[in-house]
Write a protein that binds this ligand. Structure first.
Ligand code: ATP
Ligand code: PLP
Ligand code: MG
Ligand code: NA
Ligand code: MG
Length: 304
């Protein structure tokens, strides 16, 4: 059924907790997508850190290498199963895996030239890399040019554009820089300016026209979450497909939905009498079905 949008999602899997595919697959399914996950790693739990301290002291599991990824793609291809409307990628741990993802994209676009590639260029956060910095130039020179939608955070935007981003104006300019390299849609998922949390969107469907840019302000919840970046990118993919000519509307829905999930997560922990400590603060994703499938529009985009 080619009318059902179909996403190939290459991301991490954790046995417990919600990051990577565990944070992306269920929400996209709730939004009506067929989602085919390839687990780039299978870990017992996430590797997230809070102020340089691991939320979980131990991580065990397996890492998929580029050849193993390719074997899965060859299997799909041999059965004529390579028709996708979207490719979604998040954290990628090695150069060889990243190169293979680019090969996968080529194959998918040979089958569907209109395939949308939604790329979260996960490299780091808050001034620090959590990948090998050697991957950064590959993201810049090979990945950005082929992405349809890019969802960097502030740090990743700085790495990709090679300039420091301290103001909204600099962020908007950086979006233009990225548009010129390839992606027609850029969403800065979090920009921390003057202790305010902003999402910045920039939509440039036509190279000859200026980008349509907007901001959404969000409250900063005094807690630390993991998986929110992955969930955000999945929601942006989902809503931007439903509102193909209105990225601002799609972002309003994604932000409203995500903030709903975070509110429910906090309140569930509080109701259970558990003070939300780091280890326990996994997203309450399954319990947030309503917030995901029919979010109340609580956050509005301001056109810039
Ligand atoms: P990436 O995964 O590419 O590194 P990111 O750094 O933006 O992206 P997060 O920092 O997890 O990922 O943020 C994703 C979304 O979740 C953002 O829109 C952000 O505003 C929201 N978010 C995360 N933590 C909080 C928080 N404590 N309070 C409010 N919103 C939050
Ligand atoms: N994948 C794995 C295995 C992780 O450990 C993490 C964070 O710890 C993530 C993905 C991404 O998390 P986030 O969505 O918060 O950026
Ligand atoms: Mg962040
Ligand atoms: Na992001
Ligand atoms: Mg992240």
């Amino acid at each position: 059924d080619v009318r059902t949008p179909r996403v190939l999602s290459i991301q991490s899997h954790t046995v417990q907790g919600y990051v990577g595919n565990k944070a992306a697959v269920f929400p996209l399914q709730l939004l009506g997508f067929e989602v085919d996950p390839i687990n780039s790693v299978q870990f017992s739990n996430h590797t997230g850190k809070y102020f340089h301290i691991r939320c979980y002291s131990i991580v065990r599991g397996q890492v998929l290498d580029g050849d193993q990824l390719w074997a899965l793609i060859e299997g799909l291809e041999a059965n004529d199963l390579l028709y996708y409307t979207h490719l979604l990628t998040g954290y990628i741990g090695s150069l060889s895996f990243l190169e293979m993802v680019l090969q996968v994209l080529q194959k998918l676009r040979a089958v569907n030239p209109n395939l949308i590639y939604v790329c979260d260029p996960v490299m780091g956060d808050e001034g620090k890399f959590y990948i090998k910095p050697e991957l950064a130039p590959v993201f810049r020179s090979k990945v950005v040019p082929v992405a349809s939608m890019l969802t960097p955070n502030q740090f990743e935007l700085e790495i990709l554009t090679g300039s420091s981003i301290r103001t909204e104006k600099e962020a908007l300019q950086a979006c233009e820089t990225l548009h010129a390299l390839g992606p027609s849609q850029v969403i800065i998922t979090s920009l921390d300016i003057d202790n305010k949390l902003l999402l910045i969107g920039s939509d440039k469907p036509n190279k000859d026209e200026p980008a349509k840019q907007f901001r959404i302000s969000m409250p900063k919840i005094p807690a630390y979450f993991t998986g929110t970046g992955d969930l955000m990118t999945a929601l942006l993919l989902g809503w931007s497909y439903k509102y193909q000519n209105d990225l601002a509307k799609a972002a309003e829905l994604a932000v409203s939905s995500l903030q709903g999930v975070l509110r429910r997560t906090i309140s569930d922990y509080e109701e259970a009498g558990v003070s939300p400590n780091l280890k326990q603060l996994e997203l309450r994703l399954v319990q947030s079905q309503t917030e995901i499938s029919s979010p109340k529009l609580a956050y509005r985009a301001e056109k810039l």
